[in-house]
Design a protein around this ligand. Sequence first.
Ligand SMILES: C[S@@+](CC[C@H](N)C(=O)[O-])C[C@H]1O[C@@H](n2cnc3c(N)ncnc32)[C@H](O)[C@@H]1O
Length: 286
Amino acid sequence: MSQENNEMSCCVVSCEKPLDQNYWDQQYQANTTGWDLGQVSPPIKSYIDQINDKSIRILIPGAGNAYEAEYLLQQGFTSITVIDIAPTVVQKLQHHFSGQAHIHIIQGDFFEHEEKYDLIIEQTFFCALPPSMRQRYVWKMHSLLNDGGRITGVLFNRSFESGPPFGGSQTEYEQLFQAAFEFKTIACCINSVKPRHESELFVNLMKNSSVHVRLYKLSGFTCMECVDTNIKLIEAIQGVQHVSVNTAMNDILIVSEKELPIDALKNVLSYDSKYSIDNLYTTNKA
Ligand SMILES: C[S@@+](CC[C@H](N)C(=O)[O-])C[C@H]1O[C@@H](n2cnc3c(N)ncnc32)[C@H](O)[C@@H]1O
C-alpha cells in the first residue's frame, strides 16, 4: 500500500514474522508504508508550535520518513535525533537531511540506544511494536529522558484485528505508564488526519524522576492467574509502587521508590522452583 487508506491497515508481509529490521526494511523497499501520513501529524505539529525553547534535546524513535523532524528543523529546533531500524528509510533520511547540523540520524534499535533527551515524540512507533514489548517501551523511555522530560505524541485509541498496528485504549495506557510517568495530558485528539479521526489520543507524559523503573526477565510463568498472584506478592514489598508483566509473561516492569535488591525479588518467587527473575536490564537511576 502506498498511502494510507480509510483504515490504517496491516502491512502486506505476513504479520506472523518477527517485527525486526528485515520486516521493516521490506516494507520500505516494497513501498507498503500505509502508515505514512506524508506530513507532520497535526496534533504533534500543534504541540511543537507552543514550545519556546528551541534548544531542547528531542528524539523521534521509529521515525520513518521523519516529517516531524523536518518540521522541527523548519521551526528552528537545534537538537533533533531520529532513530529507525530500517536501513532503507535511514539512507533516504541521510540523503534528505545531508548537511543539516541540527539533526542526527541513527540507523539502529531504539531499545539499544543510550542517550538523554528532554522530549521524545511518539508517532506510530508504540503501535508498531509487538504488544509484548510494551513494558520494555516504558522502561526504555523512562531511562532515555532527563528529569522533567516528556513523551509527547499520539497513541491509538482503538483496536485492530491484527497488527501492526497494534491498538490500545486510555485505560490500558494509564495502567501501563502508571507511577513511572505523570499524565499531563491524555485526551482524544481534535485535529487528527481524517483517516484517524476519533481514533487517536494525544498524550503528554512527564517522567517521574523520583522513582526507579526497572525491567527484569521472568521465567516459568505459563498462566496470567499465576502472574497476577506473584504481582501481588511483589507489590507488597515496601516501596514498590507499580508492577506489570508483559503479555508473553517474560518481562516484568517494577516501579519503586528505592532500588530493590534482586535477592528480595528472588526471595518472593522462591516458594516455587519453576519461577525465576533475573536482573538482565538495569540502568543507572535515570
Ligand atoms: C509504523 S512505522 C511509523 C514510521 C513513522 N513514525 C511514521 O509515522 O510514518 C514504524 C517505524 O518504526 C521502525 N521501528 C520498528 N522497530 C524499531 C526499533 N526497535 N527501533 C527503531 N525503529 C524501529 C520501523 O522501521 C518503522 O519505520
